[in-house]
Design a protein around this ligand. Structure first.
Ligand code: FMN
Length: 446
């Protein structure tokens, strides 16, 4: 295969509207947020411009709705060690990022669990208008008991019912988004007719989980619907993603598990849901630590690791998987079981040491591996080392692109853009310009 026939990578910067993203202890790193504060617009403008300079498809803003409470039945350790806490509301920064950029998309994580579909559609249509068609929605249903408690629920709905509900949710959203016909807006000043009501459908939905009667309050936005992102990894999650998503996110520690995952997902996409091959991008999480020399990269990596507090790490895995790890011995081996929380990410721990999951992983190891970047492969070295690995993940692991988890900001993205992007371009494995103004066009670019 010549370089021009090989797949080109899509890139996303994975981050949260908080002091800490997916590397626990990041805020302590002396190279983190020098001259910036995460709660200020200047930080987000700079992050957006940096990612756009690197021709990223989008910034991916992850979110959860409340501090984790699973570890020792309290949010004390979460608060104490800044375990994804504080985290501010993610949609508020979207217009700040998109007004500082022209092409960069923004994927925002918004939970279907406590917001009515009608309000969700209105919010996302408004953001898609304001960004001129650059918004994606990472569709989640809230996996942590703390989120449910914060919103006044004693118990969390089981996974399978969460997916049933999310299925009805997304179908209703699509009805709303598709309810304005293209010629509905007449805007005839002479007659005073702005829109033709016969072309704006009244939605009348009476389902198992939702009722909705009314017209969508927003006119069609540039993308009509936001780009759909999903990251469910259980069987139900994979089906949901294969049916609806335009990009799917997963974390696998090595290329063998990536390949299995890609084969399974592509089979569901093509054979179960009759969608064309290539219509859904498979995006894998990676953490990169790049420098001019391997030794320098290794030193940076050690600094990142030294920032992780063990108790904070335990609070994070407890929150993400829904198991209280304070009740387990640190040297006990983790068992492969179905967890109430994020199943797909739990598997990144089980298979952290070998692709068959035969080498046991202790609680301590799991916590420290996970706290560094959710069990993503850590690519540490020169730009060439990192590009080599990314090529393997694309060619052998089925990746269409990568979400780059923050290690310290904005530095890790600046370094990736300055060093790794040109190396990927030299190899013909990365775009040299955007395909078009909308996120969907860029995500579909070959
Ligand atoms: C890479 C990745 C990122 C995720 N980001 C979020 C997030 O920001 N917020 C959230 O509520 N869930 C997030 N999730 C959780 C999933 O979207 C999904 O709700 C969860 O995995 C439960 O479904 P599952 O058991 O089918 O995996 C993420 C999952 C993965 C794999």
């Amino acid at each position: 295969m010549t370089p021009s026939e090989k797949k080109k990578a899509h890139l996303l910067g994975f981050i949260q509207h908080g002091v800490n993203s997916h590397a626990t202890g990041m805020w302590r790193n002396p190279t983190d947020k020098i001259g910036y504060h995460f709660s200020r617009p200047e930080y987000w403008q700079h992050m957006g411009r940096t990612m756009e300079r690197g021709l990223f498809d989008a910034m991916f803003i992850a979110d959860e709705l409340a501090p984790y409470t699973t570890y020792e039945g309290s949010s004390d350790a979460t608060v104490k060690y800044a375990v994804q806490c504080p985290t501010h509301e993610p949609s508020t920064i979207v217009p700040i990022i998109t007004s500082a950029t022209k092409n960069l998309g923004v994927g925002v994580t918004l939970s279907t669990m406590f917001t009515h579909p009608y309000a969700m559609c209105r919010l996302l249509s408004s953001l898609d208008h304001l960004s001129n068609g650059r918004v994606a929605w990472n569709i989640v249903s809230s996996y942590s008991k703390s989120e449910w408690e914060a919103y006044g629920h004693e118990d969390m709905t089981p996974r399978s019912e969460r997916y049933d509900r999310m299925d009805e949710y997304i179908r209703l959203c699509c009805e709303l988004w598709d309810s304005w016909e293209p010629e509905a807006i007449v805007a005839d000043k002479a007659t005073g007719v702005y829109a033709d009501p016969s072309k704006v459908k009244v939605i009348d939905h009476d389902g198992k989980y939702f009722k909705c009667r009314g017209r969508h309050f927003c006119s069609p936005s540039p993308q009509q619907r936001p780009v759909f992102w999903q990251a469910g990894s259980s069987g139900r999650g994979r089906d949901f993603a294969a049916e609806f998503a335009e990009a799917i996110f997963a974390v696998h520690p090595g290329v063998e598990r990536m390949r299995e995952y890609a084969d399974d997902l592509n089979d569901r996409i093509i054979n179960k849901f009759n969608r064309p091959a290539g219509s859904v991008k498979l995006i894998y999480g990676v953490q990169t630590v790049v420098a001019q020399t391997r030794q320098e990269a290794q030193e940076k990596y050690e600094r990142i690791r030294s920032c992780i507090p063990l108790e904070g790490a335990l609070a994070w895995i407890s929150g993400h998987f829904g198991l209280d790890f304070s009740k387990m011995d640190l040297d006990e081996n983790i068992k492969n079981l179905e967890v109430p929380g994020i199943q797909g990410l739990f598997e990144s721990i089980i298979y952290a040491k070998d692709p068959k999951g035969e080498q046991p992983v202790t609680v301590r190891e799991a916590a420290l591996i996970y706290a560094q970047g959710m069990g993503m492969p850590v690519l540490c070295g020169t730009a060439s080392d990192i590009a080599d690995q990314l090529e393997v993940f694309m060619d052998e692991g089925g990746a269409d692109g990568f979400m780059l988890a923050a290690t310290y900001t904005p530095g890790c993205f600046e370094e990736f853009v300055d060093m790794v992007v040109p190396e990927l371009q030299r190899r013909g494995r990365y775009r040299t310009s955007y395909a078009g103004p909308t996120l969907r066009e860029n995500l579909l670019q070959e």
